[in-house]
Design a protein around this ligand. Sequence first.
Ligand code: PSU
Ligand code: MN
Length: 303
Amino acid sequence: MPDILLAPDVAQALRDGHPVVALESALITHGLPRPLNMDVAREMEEMVRQEGAVPATIAVLEGQPCIGLEPEQMERLAAEPSPVKISLRDLPAVVARRATGGTTVAATMHLAHRAGLRVFATGGIGGVHRGHPEDISADLPALASIPIVVVCAGAKAILDLPRTLEMLETLGVPVVGYGTDTFPAFTSPTSGLLLSLRADSPEEVAAMARARDDLGLRTAILVTVPVPEEDGIPWEEAQSEIETIVAQAEREGIHGPALTPYLLARLAQQTDGRSLRANRALLLQNARVAARITRAVSNSTQF
Ligand code: PSU
Ligand code: MN
């Protein structure tokens, strides 16, 4: 079994120096309900192709880390009855035991970087949970140590965003507002928290990634793109819903890896599906931006 299996079109694109965008799969297995999960996964791949790059959805299937899934592999993953939510610490056991699951931002970053991919699109990264400053997503240390560009819509709105942003600063991760001066809040366009970096074009992001490499730094560059205004839930409005569901999780004693999927599912119920529409819109937009950045990164590294 190869340690990482590349889909034929991904392998070809990497050989030819064509842009490849990594996509994660925990959002398919744990972030979105069926059948929306499959539709969105397909749409994200389509968006990347439309923008002139090759999509590579990353997952572990029966112990095999895969970079790029065939349509039937994607379908099997989306329909898997009890997939594993695979973060970094889970990778060794999942591979050793031949298990199947979706990779989180942290695990996807690791596999993508190992395969030579440089840009990765997701929805919202993990961070520090509200009321539980000890529950910090492995996404944050991964961002501090894996040099890849991660395109997201900020950290998930259900989290403690000020603490999450502080932690990213501590870890030395550049957080870039893409066309914005404030930290986007996943399904809400802004948290109101100010960012120190802004970029308005794919080329600016590519230049930062290049400078990071030249400086010998190993951090990711976190590009945060606000959900389109018309699809997003205004931040103040989202707050009251989130306070309710965070209290509910507390009462029900939900914690650990189950907490984020629980909160996302409750938020969808609580907002009558508006959070799902916002989640879909931001994922597609992030796929588009990531494809454009990947093209700029490839251009900036051609000799
Ligand atoms: N983006 C989405 N939906 C998701 C996720 C991201 O739109 O479900 C996933 C990512 O895989 C992220 C994970 O790494 O949620 C965070 O989980 P935790 O807080 O347990 O680290
Ligand atoms: Mn956690």
